[in-house]
Design a protein around this ligand. Structure first.
Ligand code: ADP
Length: 270
């Protein structure tokens, strides 16, 4: 066995990783979900292979996760995002007992037991207000890339209270506040506050057990990290690979299967 792959087909972005036999990250790639899920999965697989300079035949086992995991035709197994984020977070921060995963369309709080098992989880319901989609609405209304929202929000001195709880109305509320003369940074900070409060209550639903590891694309937003730490009153672990945690967890499950497969083959030979 040489390598394994973890493919996380999310609602907003597809992420892929290749791990070696020791579970070390060999390559990673991310793409926006512009095409259909099956095509995105193929594309992300090609990208991680190219960046690792490997052929598909070098991959002993592939686990697919994410919203679109059943569309990964070449996947050997599908595992839920809940299990994969928990596994990825524990691998980097073994003290993790709570995972907060904020993605493009859903947010999950996951409670982990002392042996690393998933004990409980809570998810945002149908409403996308406490997810990356709310920030997507801000990015659209302010005509600003996602990566600039957090840094601008951190310049706020007078955050505006955002009252809408619905993503559909968020954009018009932002435009309304700007028209009244509020500064973009203050409106943005209000948006961040609104998301942080919702996510914190999701964490409390499963029980706020330290250490808390923040995963998913929204963890790349520094304002959100700072606000969540403030609202939850505890520091958060944030990996440099936080958006790849689901893919890494999937890769680690793939490694278990590849090792078990090899062991079985060796037993047959003996
Ligand atoms: P999913 O798995 O649901 O597709 P992800 O965990 O990949 O979601 O997160 C996607 C979200 O991450 C986007 O909606 C956006 O809010 C946020 N995001 C992505 N890139 C950045 C960035 N560079 N800076 C800040 N936020 C980002």
């Amino acid at each position: 066995m040489d390598y394994v792959a973890g493919i996380d087909v999310g609602s907003t972005q597809a992420k892929g990783v290749i791990l070696d036999e020791q579970g070390t990250l060999v390559s990673k790639a991310i793409i926006d979900m512009e095409t259909n899920m099956g095509t995105a999965a193929e594309e992300i697989f090609q990208r991680v292979l190219e960046s690792a300079n490997l052929q598909a035949s070098a991959i002993a086992f592939t686990v697919a996760t994410g919203y679109g995991r059943y569309r990964v035709a070449f996947g050997d197994l599908q595992v839920t995002e809940i299990s994969c984020h928990a596994r990825g977070a524990l691998a980097e921060f073994p003290g993790t007992r709570t995972v907060l995963d904020i993605g493009g369309q859903d947010t999950k709080a996951i409670r982990i037991g002392d042996s690393g098992e998933v004990k409980d989880f809570a998810m945002n319901d149908k409403c996308a207000a406490g997810t990356g989609r709310f920030l997507g609405a801000a990015s659209f209304a302010l005509e600003m890339p996602l990566s600039e929202l957090g840094p601008l929000a951190l310049k706020s001195t007078k955050p505006v209270k955002i009252t809408t709880t619905c993503t559909v109305f968020a954009e018009s509320e932002i435009i309304g506040h700007l028209a009244k003369g509020h500064r973009p940074e203050d409106v943005l900070m209000g948006m961040h506050h609104s998301i942080a409060t919702r996510c914190a209550s999701l964490v409390r639903r499963v029980g706020l057990a330290p250490e808390i590891t923040f995963t998913g694309g929204v963890s790349r937003n520094h304002a959100m990290v700072a606000l969540l730490q403030e609202v939850l009153g505890t520091p958060l672990n944030v990996s440099a690979q936080a958006q790849f945690m689901g893919a890494i967890g999937a890769g680690l499950y793939a490694l278990d299967h590849a090792r078990a497969g090899r062991q079985q083959r060796e037993e047959v030979v003996r």
